[in-house]
Design a binder for this molecule. Structure first.
Ligand code: ZN
Length: 256
């Protein structure tokens, strides 16, 4: 019998405490709300972690035991320790799934996995967002029709500084006229990465059924298929070069 998928929903958990408007929308915290609807799936064992816990809630062997990590951050990306980001990066390359939400586009972990700026245009106004399903075959879009709408959301616009996705599955249109690649996947090593746009803290997107459906589908899609540790003990690149009588001469010429 397959064991359950172990999911950790990580939230920054700052806006909810600092801004009563956000706290009213997400009394459990954004991470708590996401964990709540993921727990309705009996195949998922869901826990939460947040920035201000020791080791940002991901210390000890938590990451080692995580199959899929869900990430929401915004105003405190810089406070996430580089050591943790390196550990998450390694786990993704080994096979752990990563689902990055909304302003997590600018998180250290997403930028490090993408290798690009991950910047974008934005406007916090009264835009309606229409999210088009352009990959109806894809596991993440199952149960989503041709499109769905979020009545009010922050606008994100192109150009979005990401590398070309392996699969682009959602495109958003906003009432301001902008469009945005709002759902995209990448393979990084043995791990799957999914970015999904909705979820500005002052709007209730994570209470909306279609948004929840996409995130549940994404977590199921991102489950590891293998775990491959990063090891290459005989890598010549990491060993000293053999003695070479011409090496000293080359090095004095600036070649190495
Ligand atoms: Zn936002």
């Amino acid at each position: 019998m397959l064991s359950n998928t172990r999911v950790v929903v990580w939230g920054e958990f700052r806006h909810e405490k600092a801004d009563p408007k956000v706290g009213a929308i997400y009394p459990l915290g954004i991470h708590g709300t996401i964990a709540d609807f993921l727990r309705r799936d009996p195949d998922l064992d869901v826990s939460t972690a947040w920035l201000d816990q020791p080791d940002h809630g991901l210390g000890g062997d938590v990451l080692e035991k995580t199959d899929v990590l869900v990430w929401w951050g915004h105003i405190a990306h810089r406070e996430v320790s580089d050591e943790l980001v390196a550990r998450i990066h390694r786990r993704v390359l080994e096979g752990m799934g990563l689902v990055v939400l909304h302003s997590g586009h600018y998180s250290k972990i997403f930028k490090s996995l993408m290798g690009t700026t991950c910047s974008l245009k934005w406007r916090e106004s009264t835009d309606k967002e229409r999210i088009w399903n352009i990959a109806p075959h894809h596991p993440i879009t199952q149960g989503i029709g041709d499109y769905f709408e979020i009545p009010a959301e922050e606008m994100y616009g192109e150009p979005f500084g990401i590398p070309a996705p392996d699969e682009l599955i959602f495109i958003s249109w906003f009432t301001g006229g902008e469009v945005f690649r709002s759902g995209a996947t990448w393979q990084r090593g043995n791990g799957k990465v999914f970015y999904f746009r909705p979820g500005h803290e002052t709007y209730p997107a994570y209470h909306q059924a279609e948004v929840q459906k996409v995130i549940v589908n994404a977590v199921r899609w991102a489950r590891p298929t293998v775990r491959v540790p990063d090891s290459c003990p005989n890598s010549p690149a990491l060993e000293p070069l053999p003695e070479d009588p011409e090496a000293a001469e080359r090095s004095t010429m600036g070649f190495r």
